[in-house]
Design a protein around this ligand. Structure first.
Ligand code: PMP
Ligand code: GLN
Length: 378
């Protein structure tokens, strides 16, 4: 077969979760909660099925859910998105990202990606003939020097991919970052793909700088969100894409032939559940408590903790502990100590190894405590 992605293997999440399972290790690698879903939410989905919502949803998503999303965007970011023409419900953030890239990237288009980066962006860009222009960020702060980013720009620059709060680093974009981005892309037609799946998982009263807040950027941006993160239900694979009408119409041309539409009873059940907007307020505090607990526990290990301003990932440095690569060390921690993490080099196209591991703390207190007991033995 003439592979379209010859250098791509199986994702690091599947690899590490499988290893964790094989060695019966505590799995803090792949990001997913290990606590139960709210029974009220499950009951609402059950109600939707019993009420007969079991056939195809509209291609663009159920009206009631798009309405909830539109209201949230106004309430949280003062941003108006038209429910008919600018909001599309998708099969998770992943399908939204894939479809956005597929709908606008042509062969030879250059896409700037800040690395370490979530692993689905680069392969998707390549699949459609785009050229990835990685901008390498380093531990511990992963801050962006926008003057250096400018040097990556060319006549072929078509898109910049942002992710705040960021997976895997837990860093967030500040207002100053966004202002630099506005300056950099002023008078260009460079598109933005803003992956905001952790928009509600942000700590210490920081404000999420959604691209939706900035009209100069909003009008050429795809914004990606995921109900999996908001509702602690990563297995349900529901999310959405917000974009101005001219981008949404291209997005939907692809979406209709990719999935056509997504799970009907879940869209209805989720919309009814989110009618209570307390859900949005509870989530950051819920994860902040987990982050604080996990950091306190980890302070008794030999790892050095990196900052974590958002997302449900805590990165640690082990450079002072061993000369092993992050992949070797992550594997050894599974086999010898019984805890799975993700080596951060997996998030760089050039495999930069700053000797950092990522742990997911979307876990029950007892899971985090048991994991750290094991990590203390390193
Ligand atoms: N973007 C980032 C940064 C993520 O961490 C994830 C989920 N791990 C996704 C996108 C995909 O979201 P979903 O699970 O809704 O497809
Ligand atoms: N987003 C999750 C993570 O970063 C996993 C997603 C996946 O397994 N594809 O761990």
């Amino acid at each position: 077969i003439n592979s379209k992605l010859p250098t791509v293997g199986t994702t690091i999440f599947s690899v590490m979760s499988k290893l964790a399972q094989e060695h019966n290790a505590i799995n803090l690698s792949q990001g997913f909660p290990d606590y139960p879903t709210d029974p009220k939410l499950i009951a609402l989905i059950n109600d939707a099925m019993l009420a007969g919502h079991n056939q195809y949803a509209p291609m663009v998503g159920s009206a009631i859910l798009k309405e909830i999303v539109a209201k949230k965007m106004i309430a949280h970011y003062g941003a108006k998105y038209n429910e008919e023409t600018e909001i599309t419900i998708t099969a998770g953030g992943t399908q939204a990202i894939f479809t956005a890239i597929a709908s606008v990237i042509n062969p030879g288009d250059e896409v700037i990606i800040f690395e370490p980066a979530y692993d689905c962006y680069a392969p998707t860009v390549k699949l459609f003939g785009g050229l990835v222009k990685p901008f390498t960020l380093h531990a511990p702060d992963y801050t962006i020097d926008w003057e250096m980013v400018k040097k990556l720009f060319s006549a072929n620059t078509r898109m910049i991919i942002l992710n705040s709060p960021q997976n895997p680093t837990g860093s967030i974009l500040s207002k100053t970052d966004i202002e630099a981005l506005i300056k950099l892309t002023k008078d260009t037609d460079v598109l933005i793909l803003s992956d905001e799946v952790y928009e509600h998982v942000i700590f210490d009263d920081a404000q999420h700088e959604s691209i939706a807040r900035y009209p100069e950027l909003r009008d050429r941006s795809f914004i990606i969100a995921s109900f999996g993160k908001l509702l602690h239900t990563t297995g349900w694979k529901l999310g959405y894409c917000l974009a101005p009408i001219k981008l949404t119409s291209e997005f939907r041309k692809v979406h209709q032939f990719n999935v056509f539409s997504v799970n009907t009873p879940m869209q209805i059940g989720i919309a009814n559940y989110l009618a209570n907007d307390q859900i949005y307020r509870d989530i950051s505090l819920f994860f902040q408590q987990k982050r604080d607990l996990f950091r306190t526990l980890l302070s008794e290990t030999k790892f050095k903790l990196l900052p974590c301003k958002g997302s449900y990932f805590q990165c640690v440095s082990f450079a002072h502990l061993t000369d092993e690569s992050d992949i070797e060390f992550a594997k050894r921690i599974i086999t010898e100590f019984g805890v799975a993490s993700i080596p951060v080099s997996a998030f760089y196209t050039n495999k930069t190894d700053d000797k950092i591991l990522r742990f997911c703390f979307a876990k029950e207190q007892k899971t985090l405590e048991a994991a750290v007991e094991k990590l203390k033995k390193i």
